[in-house]
Each structure stands twice: as C-alpha cells, then as structure tokens.
Ligand binder design. Structure first.
Ligand code: SF4
Length: 201
C-alpha cells in the first residue's frame, strides 16, 4: 500500500488558501514550532495554540511556554492563543496506560487529547483550519497523528491541515533555528513517563 505524502497534501491545501482563512496551530514547544512556522506563516495567517497538559510539571510547562513566546516575539511569525495548564486532563486521559512504552497506546491518547482541544478552540474562534507541530519529530508517528487529526476534525467540524514537517529536512532545520534563537531544547518528550532515567554516578 502506498504511503500518503502528507507533506505534499499540506502544500497542495495551502496553495488553495483564500483571503480571510486562518490556521490554529497546536504547538508542543518553541523548538518544534520554529521550522513549522517558517513553512506555514508565509502561506496562511497562523495562531499558535499552546495546549500541553501532558507536561510533567508546572515549572516545565512555564519554561517551554516562555520559550515559545520568546520565539514568536523574535520572529513575529504568528499570534498566540494561551491555554491553562491542566495536568488532570492528561492524567485522566491516560489512566491505565502509564506503563506503555513511548510511541505506544498512551501517546495515541495524548495526541488525540491535544488535537481535539485544538479543533474545539479553532471552531470556537472561527479558524478555518487546525493543525499541529507534532509531526516534525522523527520519534512520532506522523501517519497516526494525521489520521487522528482528520477524524477529530470531522467530529468537531473544522478542517484539519495534515503535515509531515520532518520531510524536506524540517527536523534538522528546527535544530538549527533553535540554536539561532538560543531556545531551550528539552531532552524528553514531556510526560513523566518519557523522562530519561538519571544515570547513577
Ligand atoms: S511520550 Fe510524549 S506523546 Fe507520549 S504520552 Fe508522553 S508526552 Fe505524550
């Protein structure tokens, strides 16, 4: 079976953007959004939506959000829509899946939680499309994220903009842009289960 080229689908959809249409882009963090915004912002007015209840502490949440805001201030590429940190949303959603490996069933629930809230906010605020930066990571299953995005978009009634931002050197570019802006790049995905065990000295 041929794999869908979601990067190509995204570019084709963006060529058809009409005046007045807007995108609400879920962002997991500043570094991941850095490259995505350089691709999206010239093609469609974009607002970054920062909804990440998966983060393992309020301190980490504020640190990543601060870097996201700084990047937006420095580049002026997008507006920003904030959201409260609600760790309980995440804990409730992944109950029973705590022992799953990274990339397994817990991540699917985590993706869907963030995509659904983004779609709901997009609908509430009159955005034409919603999307996510999550596909820039080579560690995440872009096909799964896009399937979830389309399904959630249909349920909520907002068009999903698929992506595969790691294509065309996107992930590497996000590392370079993060360096250029001096962004904090965390070394774990976000939830407490993805924290790397500390090495014993
Ligand atoms: S590893 Fe990442 S995607 Fe998976 S559940 Fe944790 S925060 Fe979510």
């Amino acid at each position: 079976m041929n794999r869908i080229n979601y990067d190509g689908v995204m570019l084709a959809m963006l060529q058809c953007v009409q005046a007045g249409e807007r995108l609400l882009l879920h962002s997991c963090c500043g570094p991941c959004s850095s490259y995505c915004l350089t691709e999206l912002a010239p093609r469609i007015p974009t607002t970054v939506f920062y909804f990440n209840p998966n983060l393992d502490s309020g301190e980490e949440y504020l640190k990543r959000k601060g870097e996201q805001l700084r990047l937006l201030e420095e580049t002026g590429l997008a507006d920003f829509l904030d959201c409260d940190y609600s760790a309980e949303d995440y804990s409730r959603a992944v109950a029973g899946l705590e022992g799953e490996p990274e990339g397994g069933a817990r991540c699917k629930v985590c993706f869907e939680l963030r995509l659904r809230r983004t779609a709901e906010e997009a609908k509430r605020h009159g955005y034409t499309y919603f999307g996510t930066t999550l596909t820039v990571s080579p560690l995440k299953n872009a096909a799964l994220i896009n399937e979830l995005g389309f399904s959630v978009g249909e349920e909520v009634g907002v068009r999903y903009l698929p992506s595969d931002f790691k294509k065309r050197g996107g992930y590497q570019r996000s590392i370079e842009l993060s360096k250029e802006h001096g962004l904090y790049r965390q070394n774990y995905c976000g939830c407490r289960y993805s924290r790397r065990p500390q090495r014993e000295e």
